[in-house]
Every structure is written in C-alpha cells, then in structure tokens.
Design a protein around this ligand. Structure first.
Ligand code: SAM
Length: 165
C-alpha cells in the first residue's frame, strides 16, 4: 500500500482518463488529531479519539433526526491520495495485488468509509469515534449504519444470499 506516493517494486501505475465521469459535492470537513498519513490509524477504532465532523451550509439541514442513530457510516474523500495504482504492494508483505483486494487509500476514486459511534450532535457538528482520516479530510456523505436496518420483506427463494457466487 502506498502511503507517501512512492511506487514500490511490483506496483503498476496506469494512465488516468482525461476527464472524470461525475462530480461530488464536499458537504463538510472532518477534524481529527492526525496531520500526517504515517501517524494516522489504518482503520478507525471504537475506542479511538473523539473527532469532529463539520457540515457546511446548507447540508447541515440534513442532520435533522440523525441523533436517533447510535452508529453512522461516514464516507470521505481521501484527498491526498494518488489515484493511478492498479497493483499495489502493501508494506506488510511486499506482494503486489489488485487495488480492489485492498482497503488502500490509493484508489481510482479515493473514497474512505468508516462506521463511527455518534457521541453528540452540536448544531452543524457531529462528535464521533471511529475515524481514521487526516485532519481536514473532505466529507462526502453520512448514512445510518446499514446493520441498524432490517430488510423490509422476509427473504424469499431466489434472493441473493451472502456467500453466493
Ligand atoms: N477506513 C477507510 C476505508 O477502509 O475505506 C480508510 C482506510 S485507509 C487504509 C486509512 C489510511 O488512509 C490512513 O492510515 C492514512 O494513511 C490514509 N489517509 C487518511 N486520510 C487521508 C487523506 N485525506 N488523504 C490521503 N490519505 C489519507
């Protein structure tokens, strides 16, 4: 995994398309204690520090009712990542493998996700635990943790089951 933009042995850098197919709105900013990638945790922890998610107007209006949820899924834009490595060699073993078999921040669309504990809502700010991103990371979405939802209808024959090919 590339943490400081170096290209390691066995990694493959590809040409990025000339233009993007879609745009995103940054809807807020995440405040964490981490200012460099090497000191940042690789995944958030429930016992990690309390971090701030600051919503920009007008998207702060979308926080209505969010306090009903103990856990949220946070999606953020890993803005300091390069995006062009199709094969990456994690430092742990040095064996190159495809980007989609890794949770590396270096991805064609550098979207990070974390399930966080909602500690408190303070106006346009959420206090949460469980993040793993740099201070100033752009926020792209918030959703209630999917495991808090039950399916609307009971499972039926023919439904996709986890573990099916
Ligand atoms: N939890 C997310 C996921 O699984 O989608 C992100 C995991 S990624 C392995 C976390 C690492 O990304 C951190 O350890 C840090 O090295 C890097 N990182 C964090 N914030 C970043 C940012 N804003 N831009 C680039 N890299 C970032």
């Amino acid at each position: 995994m590339v943490r400081l933009n170096e290209v390691r042995s066995g990694e493959l850098a590809v040409d990025l398309p000339a233009r993007a197919d879609a745009e995103v709105y940054f809807i807020g900013r995440i405040r964490t204690p981490w200012t460099d990638r090497l000191s940042c945790p690789r995944q958030g922890r429930a016992d990690g520090p309390t971090c701030r998610i600051e919503l920009f107007a007008p998207w702060d209006r979308g926080l209505d009712s969010i306090a009903e949820f103990a856990r949220l899924e946070v999606l953020y834009w890993l803005h300091e990542s390069r995006r062009d490595l199709a094969l990456q060699a994690p430092k742990s073993d040095g064996n190159a493998r495809g980007v989609f078999s890794l949770r590396t921040p270096v991805r064609p669309n550098p979207i990070g996700t974390s399930i966080v504990q909602l500690v408190k809502v303070e106006g346009a700010v959420l206090l949460v635990r469980g993040l793993d991103c740099l201070d100033g990371t752009p926020l792209i979405d918030l959703k209630p943790d999917r495991t808090l939802f039950k399916p609307l209808a009971p499972a039926q024959a023919g439904d996709f089951q986890v573990g099916e090919a």
